[in-house]
Each structure stands twice: as structure tokens, then as C-alpha cells.
Design a binder for this molecule. Structure first.
Ligand code: ATP
Ligand code: MG
Length: 428
């Protein structure tokens, strides 16, 4: 035997026993997003590297050390997308979606970041995201938060907390940045190496430091929300009032700065205490300057992205996801004549009962082996067809998940009989 090819670290397969939870989560999210009038946009998995450098920011963990970047055969630098907001903005500019228009969009798919793999943190992971373009006021901020809150409700997730902050305008942020630089410069001796580097390049990111030894220093630092420009302060107050009116609880977190450069004003994160260190399940914020920064006309924008792996972990942990649905019936043909008829019978049943999950035994074997496969398939019943049944146009219906007696069912009655089994068990 030759040696098996190893998978890539941090890049996972999602096996059939997990995909039911994934599909349920994705279907529910799509449903919720569509119920607010959001439309799907499908974006490419790679872009020019420049797009991410110009949007996420040169001095961010993502662009500095987490991107999968390579030259294509033509020598152009391309990167696998580490997130999709930049692509969404790029696509909107490319196709003129923003000019004098409002857009409510959503996307789903894999993202790629070269991070240290651990539970809840992978190198290929999946996000679903919502983005709204062309809305400047706080009403859309509230709506986007409501969309996410409704999704948690639909999934039955409890215990998620909303953390909220405002980063202000770029002007007030740069005034605040000066204050912060002075504050940290005065305490330069106490800064760790990472923070010293950030002090020069991107001092706000010091507030994002995960080093516990930096915690006190960060806690004493000037607070951003106390230095907001008036308009941003009004915007934030209006958002908070709307959330209050909708009964959405939140916690103000003045240290929440988010790891990407493009945010302004509202930023938020939904966090849980059930996933250890990987506590953020959904995060987002306003990025009013990004469209212009990437070559479009000024367009206010805001969005969020949720981490599908972390949410799947939560819904599976709380047994919220439905069990994977096995087949309704498993057809067991016995003998050559029955085998040659089995697929045709299955086809006509599928024609008559859309939604029926039917598996036909393939691959031969004795009667016992066939029945064992029928049982292992998880099917509710086996439909057994031998020479006698062929001759009398019947099948033997054997219940596999209950003690009911087996039945002989005429072929003409089979469709309503299966329909009844489906509706009794909620199978289709
Ligand atoms: P974190 O602080 O956990 O690194 P982040 O701020 O980098 O998260 P975003 O870029 O805002 O995360 O992405 C949105 C969501 O995607 C996160 O809230 C998280 O649920 C998920 N996510 C981010 N990075 C990963 C990863 N490497 N593996 C799995 N999920 C991830
Ligand atoms: Mg990160």
C-alpha cells in the first residue's frame, strides 16, 4: 500500500454526520437574512493581494502574518480571502451596485487565515455575513443587530452576549490616537514587544492585546467613547435607544476595537463563555470610508460576519441541531429479476413522492447481508422484493424502527403507504 496523503493542518473535512447541523444552521441563517430582505452575493475565493492590504490594513495580524499569498503563473500576487467584506466592496464597485442605491447583501463560504490551529480556530473556516450599503443612519445598525439576534433565537441559542462600542469618526479617532500614543509613550518601559511595535504603526491595536501582563495598562488607558465627535456620539446614542426599544440587551465595551483597520463608529461582537478562548461567534461594524478607499464613491456601509464552526460547536453542544435524516425506505431486491426492476420502481416512487428519501440496495450479497445494510442505513422501513412479490405485483414492507408487523403492500398502494409513513414520522 502506498502512503496516504496527509490533510493540511487546520483545514478540516466536514463529514456526513456533521453536515446535517451545518445545513440546518445555514438554512436557518439564509431564511432569517431573507426575511429582512437581504440578497445573496457569491464572491470569489481569491482576490488581488492589494485588495486586502488596502482594506484590512497593512499593520494588522491578518495582512502581516495570516494571509495565504502567492504569485500566479503570470506573476500577479493573489491571496485566498481571509474575509469577504473587502470582496463585497470590490464587487459592488466593479458592478456599480452602490451608486445612488441601497444594498442589503449576504454571503457564505470558506475563509483562509494562517493562524495557530486549535479548537474554534482553523486555517480554513467558514463565515456567513451580512453587509448593508448606502445607509448612513443608526437604524440599519440596529437592524443588522436584530438580524443576528433573531438568528440566535431561531437556533435556540442561549447565553450569547452583545458587546458594543463606537470608534467615532476617523478625525476623532486620530485625535484619540494622539492621546493614546502619549499615554503609552509615558509608560514605554511597561509595554511588551508587540505593543511597542503597534505603538509606532497602529496604537489602537494595543487595546486589542491578548497579553494578560498588558491588561492593567490597557484598563487605565484613555477611553475612546469619551473622545467621540458629536455626530458619532449622537449616532451611538440613537443606536442604543433603538436596541433598548427592541429589547436587545448589550454591554458597552470601550476596549472593543476589532482587528481590522476599516471600521468607524459602531462596532460589536457577540460572545459566549462556552467556547473557551475562542469566544467571539459574530462580529461586525460600520466601515463608512472603505468604499471610497477602494476607489468607489463615498458610500456608508456596515456589516457583520459569523463563524460557522463556532456556532456549529454551540448548537451541537446544546443538542439543538436536528439528527441527520436517514432514508425513509431501503429497497432490498432479492434475485436477478427483482434486481433488474428495483431501480425503475425507485424512480417511479421518487416521481410520485418528491422529498422521499429512498436508497436502493446495490452491490449484491446474501439476504442477511442485505437486510443488515438496510438496518444500518437508518431507514424507517425495508421494501423487500423477491420473485413471489414480482409475480403478484407486491412488496413486503418491513418496519425497521418499530415492532409493527411486516405488511404485504400492492405496488399500486405503495405510494400512499410510504406517504403515510413519511407524515407519521415527519420524515419528509
Ligand atoms: P478572533 O478574535 O477570534 O480572532 P476575529 O476578530 O479575527 O476573531 P473576524 O475577522 O471578525 O474575527 O471574523 C468573524 C468571525 O469569524 C469571528 O467572530 C469568529 O467567530 C470567526 N473566526 C474568525 N477567525 C476564525 C478562525 N481562524 N477559525 C474559525 N473561526 C474564525
Ligand atoms: Mg482573529
Amino acid at each position: 500500500m502506498s502512503q496516504a496523503v496527509k490533510p493540511i493542518r487546520g483545514i478540516n473535512d466536514i463529514l456526513p454526520d456533521e453536515t446535517a447541523a451545518w445545513q440546518w444552521l445555514e438554512d436557518t441563517a439564509r431564511d432569517v437574512l431573507q426575511s429582512y430582505g437581504y440578497e445573496e452575493i457569491r464572491l470569489p475565493l481569491m482576490e488581488r493581494t492589494e485588495l486586502f492590504a488596502r482594506s484590512i490594513g497593512e499593520v494588522t495580524d491578518i495582512v502581516e502574518k495570516e494571509m495565504y499569498t502567492f504569485d500566479d503563473r503570470n506573476g500577479d500576487s493573489l491571496s485566498l480571502r481571509p474575509e469577504a467584506t473587502a470582496s463585497c466592496v470590490r464587487a459592488g464597485i466593479t458592478h456599480g451596485l452602490f451608486h445612488n442605491q441601497q444594498q442589503r447583501l449576504w454571503y457564505a463560504g470558506p475563509m483562509f487565515r494562517y493562524e495557530r490551529p486549535q479548537k474554534g480556530r482553523y486555517r480554513q473556516f467558514h463565515q456567513m455575513g451580512a453587509e448593508a450599503f448606502g445607509f448612513a443612519g443608526p437604524d440599519i445598525d440596529a437592524e443588522l443587530i436584530l438580524v443576528s439576534a433573531r438568528l440566535w433565537k431561531r437556533l435556540g441559542l442561549k447565553g450569547l452576549e452583545l458587546e458594543l462600542n463606537s470608534l467615532g469618526s476617523s478625525e476623532s479617532r486620530s485625535r484619540y490616537r494622539d492621546l493614546l500614543v502619549t499615554y503609552f509613550n509615558d509608560r514605554y518601559q511597561d509595554l511588551d514587544e508587540d505593543s511597542r511595535r503597534r505603538l509606532l504603526q497602529n496604537p489602537l491595536r494595543i487595546l486589542d492585546s491578548k497579553n494578560p501582563e498588558m491588561a492593567d495598562l490597557v484598563a487605565q488607558a484613555p477611553v475612546l467613547t469619551e473622545h467621540l465627535d458629536d455626530e458619532s456620539a449622537d449616532h451611538f446614542a440613537a443606536l442604543c435607544a433603538m436596541l433598548d426599544a427592541s429589547g436587545i440587551a448589550y454591554k458597552l465595551n470601550p476596549r472593543l476595537v476589532r482587528g481590522l483597520d476599516y471600521y468607524n463608529r459602531t462596532v460589536f461582537e457577540w460572545v459566549t463563555d462556552q467556547l473557551g478562548a475562542q469566544s467571539a461567534v459574530c462580529s461586525g461594524g460600520r466601515y463608512d470610508g472603505l468604499v471610497e478607499q477602494l476607489g468607489g464613491r463615498p458610500t456608508p456601509a456596515i456589516g457583520w460576519a459569523l463563524g460557522v464552526e463556532r456556532l456549529v460547536e454551540l448548537v451541537r453542544g446544546a443538542s439543538l441541531a436536528p439528527d441527520p435524516a436517514g432514508p425513509t425506505a431501503y429497497i432490498v431486491p432479492l434475485g436477478e429479476a427483482a434486481e433488474s426492476r428495483a431501480q425503475a420502481l425507485a424512480e417511479s416512487l421518487r416521481d410520485q413522492l418528491p422529498g422521499l428519501r429512498l436508497r436502493v440496495h446495490c452491490g449484491g450479497g446474501g439476504m442477511r447481508a442485505r437486510m443488515k445494510r438496510a438496518d444500518r442505513s437508518g431507514a424507517l422501513c425495508a421494501l423487500i422484493i423477491g420473485d413471489d412479490e414480482l409475480a403478484s405485483s407486491t412488496v413486503v414492507l418491513k418496519h425497521l424502527r418499530s415492532q409493527q408487523d411486516q405488511e404485504t403492500v400492492a405496488l399500486k398502494d405503495l405510494q400512499p403507504r410510504l406517504a403515510r409513513i413519511c407524515s407519521d414520522t415527519g420524515a419528509a
